[in-house]
Write a protein of this length. Structure first.
Length: 269
């Protein structure tokens, strides 16, 4: 196990939770998806350090939540600017962002607006512009959130994210989904979900200068595998890897996922 830290930043726009673990020479920044709207990474340094211990050997890893109080109408581009401010406050000049789902949308903007900061870039199960599938799924989640149906969001996310094999293994625990860690308010989730709906970098993906790895799932029922392919086709220096038989939760299911990320982020091609 590596050293780990639970941290909080008091920034001009609000309070942001982050965690840090690992002692490697390069800085890897993980940006979580829209689920961050339901629970931030506060207090999660130890479990993250254990789950991602293979990365901790090569990198110092930071995981940033969005700020605790989000402004209505906030965009993924604004979230990237706030992340950039957080990186400045910690003196992190060159980083390797690994963005998952909405985190990948934020990472795109960071690489476009601050190319000098991004050494390499990993975009996982994300999109550059809204498609019909994502519009339908996120719209359903937003309606559930307005009704306060936290358990419904958790169940629907699981069923759309994982393979049949994974879902069968999870079925004994379904009754516990949404039973704990229920957010006080759904407002933060709704703001983040709306930012996904309005995200659009497709026409300017060619501004990304950093070597990029796009990882997608052929069976992605949330953003689609096609979203990964069309991103990769627009980014100049890009590798694409598609997992067959896996979907949006591939980063939890694919046994070689972390190794693939580690090799690329360490400069392997």
């Amino acid at each position: 196990m590596s050293r780990f830290e639970n941290g909080t930043l008091n920034l001009p726009f609000g309070i942001m939770d982050y965690i840090r673990f690992g002692n490697g020479p390069e800085t890897l920044v993980m940006i979580p998806g829209v689920g961050d709207g339901l629970k931030t990474v506060k207090g999660m340094a130890l479990p993250f350090a254990y789950l991602y211990r293979s990365l901790a050997r090569c990198f110092t890893v930071y995981v940033f939540s969005r700020e605790r109080q989000l402004s209505p109408g906030m965009t993924t581009r604004e979230m990237a600017e706030h992340l950039n401010t957080a990186l400045d406050s910690l003196g992190l000049s060159k980083v390797v962002p690994v963005g998952v789902s909405q985190g990948g949308m934020i990472a795109q903007w960071l690489a476009i607006d601050h190319p000098e900061r991004v050494e390499r870039l990993v975009l996982v199960v994300t999109l550059s512009r809204l498609n019909e599938t994502a519009h339908s799924v996120i719209g359903k989640w937003m309606e559930m959130a307005r009704q306060g149906d936290y358990r419904g969001i958790m169940l629907d996310t699981a069923e759309r994210s994982y393979s049949e094999k994974k879902l069968r293994s999870m079925s004994p625990w379904y009754s516990l989904l949404g039973a704990v860690s229920r957010p006080v308010s759904m407002d933060r989730f709704l703001i983040q979900a709306n930012a996904c709906v309005t995200h659009d970098t497709y026409e300017i993906l060619d501004r990304i200068q950093a070597p990029t790895l796009v990882i997608g799932g052929e069976e992605d029922k949330i953003v689609t595998g096609e979203a990964s392919r069309e991103m990769a086709a627009r980014i100049p220096d890009c590798q694409l890897f598609m997992y067959k038989g896996l979907g949006h939760g591939l980063y939890e299911e694919a046994p070689d996922f972390l190794q693939r990320v580690e090799i690329f982020c360490s400069g392997g091609r």
